[in-house]
Design a binder for this molecule. Structure first.
Ligand SMILES: [Zn+2]
Length: 394
């Protein structure tokens, strides 16, 4: 039987087990030679089909998401948007734990230790113009107007309803607003108690993900803050949900301005629709805290050593938890908390703006997931909450 030390060592050194691919060669000047295989993706150079791609002009009237960011950014503590005020009713027995969002928010709002360290705010709705920077016109038309066919609804995992559309717009709007908060320098970190819907593709939704909020917010950032976000200073997506961020990977497969990193269970969904992130780390079943944290620590050093990111999106799914009904890993609540703080420390020590999104969590009953989700935001509030106005990023 392999020891823990040998397993960690194996995960760090055997690309065939833990590290499947890095999509395109990138300079690794600050971190020496790449200790993993780097292959060129055959899709490189393919132009994405964004049939309604719209340039968001900074000169045009302020979007609702930016207005919301400017407004709430004047307050105190970590800004956390939420969308659970849009109530979506699901059929009895539906597998998706829709109530966990509200439960997480209420837990945070009731936490006396977070007074003045965290404030919650209703998310603005993402506009159709904003959704268009990622999603294709046909899909947007069908989802907004309730014209998905049966197969599309099955892949999505939700029955269509107007409330679902409103909530999905708000969930995406919260991530965009959080992005504006950090990019205009009102906060170093901001959060969305929703979002992280990383299975949504430009032309379809799947795996309970209607719109890809991180991808939309990243594209809006590229349009709105070109002086900050560029190939030289890319946006970095750190996706630590137990499921691969396949939609995000696909959306940015030919865009060097966004680096996608996904660390997930090798045997988890998506099984047939896995895409190639810039960096994918496949973890074996039952991976626990020690191995997970050692691998993540190593990868964070590689990522921040190899790139000079301008903005970080953290997909903070907690479905790597041992109690999760979908995930196949075996992390503890304490291990996930250490994971969160590892990401926060990496961003804080480099003074990089961070947007936190919620991602998956499917324990049954949902208490274990809700506690772990709340930990994500509580830890961020304790680290970021006392930091109000920050100097504008250069
Ligand atoms: Zn997940």
């Amino acid at each position: 039987m392999r020891t823990r030390a040998s397993l960690i060592s194996g995960l760090l050194s055997r690309p065939s087990v833990a590290i499947t691919v890095a999509r395109r060669p990138r300079p690794l000047s600050q971190h020496g030679a790449p200790p993993f295989h780097v292959v060129r993706n055959s899709c490189l150079g393919v132009t994405p089909r964004h049939v309604c791609y719209t340039t968001l002009s900074k000169e045009s009237s302020l979007s609702d998401t930016k207005k919301a960011a400017l407004e709430v950014g004047k307050g105190v503590g970590l800004v956390a948007f939420y969308a659970d005020n849009n109530v979506v009713s699901l059929p009895d027995g539906h597998r998706f734990p829709m109530d966990k969002y509200r439960a997480t928010r209420l837990m945070l709002e009731d936490d006396a230790s977070l007074v003045n360290l965290l404030t919650t705010h209703v998310s603005p709705a993402a506009s159709t113009q904003e959704l268009c920077v990622v999603h294709e016109e046909r899909y947007l038309h069908n989802i907004l107007n309730g014209e998905l066919n049966e197969k599309e609804q099955r892949n999505l995992g939700f029955p269509w309803s107007p409330e679902l559309v409103n909530r999905s717009r708000a969930s995406t709007g919260g991530t965009i607003a959080a992005m504006h908060c950090v990019m205009v320098g009102l906060r170093r970190g901001a959060a969305n108690i929703a979002g992280g819907t990383h299975h949504a593709f430009p032309d379809h939704g799947e795996g309970f993900c209607v719109f890809n909020d991180i991808a939309v917010a990243a594209r809006v950032a590229l349009e709105a803050y070109p002086e900050s976000c560029s190939v030289e200073r890319p946006i970095l997506v750190i996706d630590l949900d137990v499921h691969q961020g396949n939609g995000t990977a696909k959306i940015f497969e030919a865009d060097d301005r966004v680096v996608t990193f996904s660390m997930h269970g090798a045997n988890n969904y998506p099984w047939r629709t896995k895409m190639k992130s810039d960096y994918d780390v496949d973890l074996p079943d039952d991976t626990g805290d020690e191995v997970y944290l050692a691998v993540l620590s190593d990868w964070l050093q590689r990522l921040f050593g190899s790139h000079s990111p301008s903005l970080i999106f953290f997909q903070a799914g907690v479905d790597a938890l041992r109690e999760d009904s979908f995930g196949r890993l075996a992390m503890t609540r304490q291990g996930l908390l250490q994971r969160n703080n590892m990401v926060y420390t990496a961003c804080l020590t480099r003074q990089l703006p961070l947007v936190i999104t919620m991602g998956g969590g499917y324990s049954r009953p949902s208490e274990a997931s809700v506690l772990a989700h709340a930990d994500v935001y509580r830890a961020a509030a304790l680290r970021y909450g006392a930091m109000n106005r920050t100097s504008p990023i250069s």
